[in-house]
Write a protein that binds this ligand. Structure first.
Ligand SMILES: NC(=O)c1ccc[n+]([C@@H]2O[C@H](COP(=O)([O-])OP(=O)(O)OC[C@H]3O[C@@H](n4cnc5c(N)ncnc54)[C@H](O)[C@@H]3O)[C@@H](O)[C@H]2O)c1
Length: 263
């Protein structure tokens, strides 16, 4: 439909073709956007971000989202590439070393928890702050991060990622308030269904959680492709008055308690 025609933006987190960010980059390009892709240097070595860059004719720039200097260099490069301000950013970044090492929440390692919070939540504040300080986003622009319902309700096994997502949503409201008031820029999170990606598959019991959510949600789990379409809509002008929100994209799961099928 070309709803992003003339728009430009940065997409974080396309590791492989299962990544939500990968689908979002494809959908944004399909809708007419120009894109810069970014991921960590390590992810670019082991993942396939560069292949996506070639497919979409998008520059791929390495940046660690926890490093303010990397984020500054990335935003400067994007502004040089786009010849000025741009319109959207997707933060599709998350990782918990505690989950990776199967350390239970009640026995958590606090150094690792600090890393979880830095990668999965503080990086969002750092990104917003760099974008704000460099006045990188055009008025009416849209910045989106990905969340999960464990920010609001208990999902056993989601461990310190639940705390990171709660902080991510709080930063969305608090920074979004300033970004909206001062610059007319929208800031939202999308709370996505369980999705079979590298990050998703790392959660203990993910297969069972995926099946449970799929049965409980009246529309079933939302796919990564459907999430990409929702992200594109949030980047578009059709959502120009939506900001400070955590938007459930989960087939209706978040409003359910029980269904005949699950019982
Ligand atoms: N998969 C799910 O079930 C699910 C559900 C809801 C929300 N989410 C969220 O969606 C987002 C994307 O995850 P995904 O499921 O597509 O998995 P993914 O593994 O494909 O993507 C996670 C990305 O984060 C990147 N990353 C990790 N540390 C980084 C750092 N320091 N700097 C920059 N990038 C870094 C990885 O390289 C990877 O590309 C995450 O925020 C995740 O928490 C996922």
């Amino acid at each position: 439909m070309g709803i992003l025609t003339g728009k430009k933006g940065i997409i974080f987190g396309a590791l492989n073709d299962k990544s939500i960010a990968w689908k979002a980059a494809e959908a944004a390009a399909r809708e007419g956007a120009e894109i810069v892709l970014t991921n960590t240097a390590a992810a670019m070595r082991f993942g396939t971000t560069k292949i996506l860059g070639e497919q979409l004719q998008a520059p791929v720039i390495a940046a660690d989202a926890t490093s303010v200097s990397d984020l500054e260099a990335l935003v400067e490069s994007a502004m040089a590439h786009f010849s000025g301000q741009f319109d959207f950013v997707l933060h599709s970044v998350g990782m918990s070393p505690n989950i990776r090492k199967s350390i239970p929440y009640e026995n958590i390692n606090y150094d690792l928890m600090g890393k979880t919070l830095d990668i999965s939540a503080l990086s969002w504040h750092k990104l917003l702050q760099v974008l704000y300080q460099k006045d990188a986003i055009r008025k009416g622009g849209s910045v989106v991060a990905l969340s999960y319902i464990a920010a609001d309700r208990v999902v056993s096994g989601y461990s310190d990622m639940a705390d990171a997502k709660a902080l991510l949503q709080s930063i969305t409201r608090n920074f979004g308030h300033i970004f909206g008031k001062e610059r007319g820029v929208r800031v939202n999170t999308i709370s996505q269904s369980p999705t079979m990606t590298s990050a998703g598959s790392g959660i203990a019991g993910m297969d069972k959680m995926f099946d449970f959510a799929n049965k409980l949600a009246p529309l079933g789990n939302a796919s990564a492709e459907a999430c990409a379409d929702y992200i594109v809509m949030l980047f578009s002008d059709y959502t120009r008055s939506v900001t400070l929100q955590n938007l459930y994209h989960d087939g209706g799961f978040s409003s359910m308690i029980v269904s005949a099928e699950v019982l």
